[in-house]
Ligand binder design. Structure first.
Ligand code: MN
Length: 386
């Protein structure tokens, strides 16, 4: 009997603790600038400062740090075309079928896409070189692949809820994908979607020089200040490098931009955000025929030229429920949401514990956030760091 009561008391204590650890936040009234016009800032970037602190080349789940020999270089003719816009340089590219090879293409696995080993390896090396804890320089330090920051940024501009796991460990917040998410993009169950995504990979292959034997992905590690007390270490996959302009180039495959189409606006905002997170990059869009997937032309853009396309000039293009896909609102939201997540998590984390602690952070399309503890396989997530 006494045993039963103490077991019950233990269970109740556990339940109360669990309940105390669930946080609900209404984020709907986040502070932001006007959605109908652009502000004074000429060139909007998401971070006040950001710089490349390292690179890596990944083959499978193995990362080689600071490996530059596998940098994917843009082809000479394409660099020439970007600098001088002579259309003759595009002969040999325009007319290519970007769907060729889609049936036999093996995309990166979800395990490879979400692998954190490169970031952790970078931090371990940084700590060995500097003899201090990586997280010691900032109140909050977030570690993430770039796409999770984009997931957060895009929440107000879409209809999907966002679910991410934040793991507090060694003073860091590490972001990973929440389990049991629908596969999307190149891993989507829809073959039409897969084919469209494939055109992007084929375009990259067409425009860059493959260094031959090595198959893998090239990453830039970006250390950014979101705010003075929030540092973010990002792992960003780089499509190409333009040796002539000494700049990375983000390659996109697209049908003609239609700024009256909500899906196109969403895609443009995502292209802007993906590149506005980086210290410096160019964008190169390959426009394809929507039905034949044939490459029609290639057009270079700057990050600001993409932002420019998103500012509304007439009322018929207004989409108030999506904040008009306004880049400044996206920046305001990202700052607000990430700070809110960091502050809430820090009140939940047991700072006396030396083991990792994970929380599922869910934000729905109405900007309601729920945070609760969750269970994670740390040996898989953190490897030797667990
Ligand atoms: Mn790309």
């Amino acid at each position: 009997m006494a045993d039963d009561i103490s077991t019950l008391a233990g269970k109740m204590r556990h339940l109360t603790l669990e309940k105390d650890l669930i946080v609900n936040v209404n984020m709907k009234k986040f502070p932001h600038g006007p959605i109908t016009r652009r502000g004074k800032e000429r060139s909007i970037r998401i971070f006040s400062e950001s710089r490349e602190v390292g690179t890596a080349f990944r083959q499978g789940l193995v990362y080689d740090l600071d490996d530059k020999k596998n940098l994917p270089l843009l082809n000479d003719e394409i660099c020439e075309y970007i600098s001088h816009r002579s259309k003759s340089k595009l002969i040999g590219y325009v007319g290519s079928d970007l769907s060729v090879g889609s049936e036999t293409f093996h995309p990166v696995t979800s395990e490879e896409l979400h692998c954190l080993h490169g970031l952790l390896k970078f931090i371990a090396k940084w700590e060995a070189d500097n003899e201090v804890n990586y997280a010691s320089r900032s109140k909050f330090t977030i570690v993430s692949p770039r796409h999770h920051i984009l997931d957060i940024l895009m929440i107000p501009f879409g209809n999907e809820r966002c679910r991410l796991v934040f793991t507090a460990h060694r003073g860091l917040f590490v972001i990973t994908l929440a389990p049991s998410q629908r596969p999307t993009g190149i891993n989507s169950p829809s073959s039409a979607t897969r084919k469209i995504c494939y055109t992007g990979f084929e375009l990259e292959r067409l425009l860059t020089a493959t260094s031959g034997t090595e198959r893998g992905s090239f990453y830039s590690f970006i250390e950014a200040k979101l705010e003075p007390d929030i540092t973010i270490l990002l792992q960003c996959e780089m499509d190409a490098y333009n040796p002539k302009r000494q700049k990375y180039t983000e390659i996109k495959s697209s049908v003609d931009f239609n700024v009256r189409n909500v899906r196109h606006l969403s895609k443009l905002l995502k292209i802007w955000a993906q590149t506005a997170l980086l210290p410096s990059t160019d964008i190169l869009v390959g426009f394809r025929d929507p039905s034949t997937h044939v490459l029609k032309t290639v057009v270079p853009y700057s990050v600001d030229q993409i932002a420019e396309k998103l500012y509304i000039r007439d009322r018929t293009r207004s989409h108030p429920s999506y904040f008009n896909f306004n880049p400044e609102v996206a920046k305001d939201w990202t700052h607000y949401a990430i700070r809110e997540i960091c502050e809430r998590l820090s009140s939940l984390v047991d700072a006396t514990s030396s083991s990792p602690q994970s929380f599922l952070v869910e934000i729905d399309k109405n900007l309601q956030m729920k945070i609760r503890p969750t269970v994670v396989d740390y040996s898989e997530l953190l490897g030797q760091w667990a």
